[in-house]
Design a protein around this ligand. Structure first.
Ligand code: 6PG
Length: 494
């Protein structure tokens, strides 16, 4: 142990520590210190710690260390250590370096965008060594980390008892209620954060489609910005709609063009949307609207394919004819898109929450969906007025799907005509709206008394003797397709 270590021992111990002084980590540490917590900080490259303290040390009580052992020794026990490093190998390396320095009952938190299976693995490993591991999803970007994010912690209930008060106090608040709650054991928190991101992808895809429709009807970026700003005062009120109008209003200083027109139309992604869809595929849950958002980003970035198709494929010119001189017509058009956007958004939430429901069954998590909606109401990227409604609907009703919630189904009954008009109009005009269309198909598939799966079963039985069930009796059956086509019961299935 170093000399600094002994000195640290004599100082007042820190209540919480943050590892990783990149923007998210330092902002989270500053948030803790600003909220009155004595906060230990450490970074692999010490100069970053120094720079953070030089710039922000006056904001609260920080205990900086240059040595990891000193950092650990500077914390009161049980230690609460939040790791904010690049997800993946960086997290594992940090955990491995910490392990020999920890004592029984210490709590290690991973605040990055980790895959929930990694979190499950790490939690098990640390639990077996006598430590607690908390996978905490943190949403809100850099500003959120500093001013109040939405926090989704998963781990042992015991660790939450020690950690919860700190996390709740640094989280965003709605009417004094923190946007942080215990989600469930091991990977539950990171799973919920992953689904948050899947919904975020869908939300952004729908916003993009709404803008494409406005553009197709001749709206300038600035006019579309006004439309989004108006929507933000109604049921669509949300952070993403709010910043959409800001992005659309931005004028590029170099060219004088709307910025959105000079940005390359190839969407990037770090992978959390893909994880959401992969998890849904593994669990067998339909999340087609979320998947469309991931695929739309992939297709947008496939420059080679798009170039080949642009030269080869014909179709409508992507223009929507509305009578611009008729304000009523224009207003109806805008309102239709608003309703389509709201409806599709509800479907994305329904799919994401359904995925959480399935995962909870699979992994034995006791996840309270009303509480999840509650902590998404502020701080996070998908914060929206709709979330208060989702919270109250789940709190009041035992819902299989959000779509059956009384106020949601009533609203969808009203909005669906507009939604259908927008999808039909887009299809007719050649404007791609994979998100709106696929969300609508899900809505229609979910409510249909019979779907095409019966024919699928017939085909599977024909070519592979995969059997089918009948609507009028129990058991599994097979038709002898290649002989006399009589039906036999598949006794093995009993
Ligand atoms: C958040 C965001 C955050 C990040 C996404 C972006 O909740 O604060 O979701 O996690 O911005 O990872 O993801 P993509 O780069 O994949 O769009």
């Amino acid at each position: 142990m170093t000399e600094a270590h002994d000195t640290v021992q004599q100082q007042e111990l820190a209540q919480v520590g943050v590892i990783g002084m990149a923007v998210m980590g330092s902002n989270l540490a500053r948030n803790m210190a600003r909220n009155g917590y004595r906060t230990a900080v450490w970074n692999r490259t010490g100069s970053k710690t120094d720079a953070m303290i030089a710039a922000h040390g006056h904001e609260g009580a920080f205990v900086p260390s240059q040595d990891l052992a000193d950092f650990v020794a500077s914390l009161e026990r049980p230690r609460r250590i939040v790791i904010m490093v690049q997800a993946g190998r960086g997290t594992d390396a940090t955990i491995d370096a910490l392990i020999p320095l920890l004592e029984a009952g210490d709590i290690v938190v991973d605040g990055g965008n980790a895959h929930y299976e990694d979190t499950r693995r790490r939690e098990k490993k640390l639990r077996e060594l006598g430590f607690h591991f908390v996978g905490a999803g943190i949403s809100g970007g850099e500003v959120g980390a500093l001013e109040g994010p939405s926090i989704m912690p998963g781990g042992s209930p015991e660790s939450y008892a020690a950690l919860g008060p700190i996390l709740e106090s640094i989280s965003a608040k709605v009417d004094g209620e923190p946007c942080c709650t215990y989600i469930g054991t091991d990977g539950a928190g990171h799973f919920v954060k992953m689904v948050h991101n899947g919904i975020e992808y869908a939300d952004m895809q729908f916003i993009g489609e709404a803008y494409e429709m406005l553009k197709a009807a001749g709206f300038s970026a600035a006019e579309a910005a006004d439309v989004f700003a108006t929507w933000n005062t109604g049921d669509l009120d949300s952070y993403l709609i709010e910043i959409t109008s800001e992005v659309l209003r931005q004028v590029d200083a170099r060219t004088g063009q709307p910025l959105v027109d000079v940005v390359v139309d190839a969407a990037g992604m770090k992978g959390t949307g893909t994880w959401t869809v992969q998890a849904a595929l593994n669990l067998g849950v339909g999340v087609n609207a979320i998947a469309e958002a991931v695929f739309a980003r992939a297709t947008s970035s496939d420059a080679e394919l798009r170039k080949a198709a642009q030269g080869a494929l014909s179709g409508p010119d992507g223009k929507v004819a509305i009578d611009d001189s008729d304000p009523i017509n224009r207003e109806h058009f805008v309102n239709d898109i608003r309703d389509a956007l709201w409806s599709a958004k509800v479907v994305a939430y329904a799919q994401g929450l359904d995925l959480i429901r399935y995962a909870a069954q699979e992994y034995g998590w006791q996840i309270d969906i009303a509480e999840v909606a509650k902590i998404w109401r502020a701080g996070c990227i998908i914060r929206a007025k709709l979330l208060e409604r989702i919270r109250s609907e789940y709190a009041a009703n035992n819902l299989v799907t959000l779509l059956e919630a009384p106020s949601i189904k009533a609203e969808l009954a009203r909005t669906q005509d507009a939604w259908r008009r927008v999808v039909a109009g887009a299809v007719r005009s050649g404007v791609p709206v994979p998100g709106f269309a696929s969300a609508l198909s899900y809505y229609d598939q979910a409510r249909a008394p019979r779907v095409n799966a019966a024919l699928t079963q017939g085909l599977r039985d024909y070519f592979g003797a995969h059997t089918y069930r009948r609507i009028d009796m129990p058991g599994s059956f097979h038709t002898l397709w290649s002989t006399d086509r009589t039906e036999v019961e598949d006794v093995d299935s009993h």
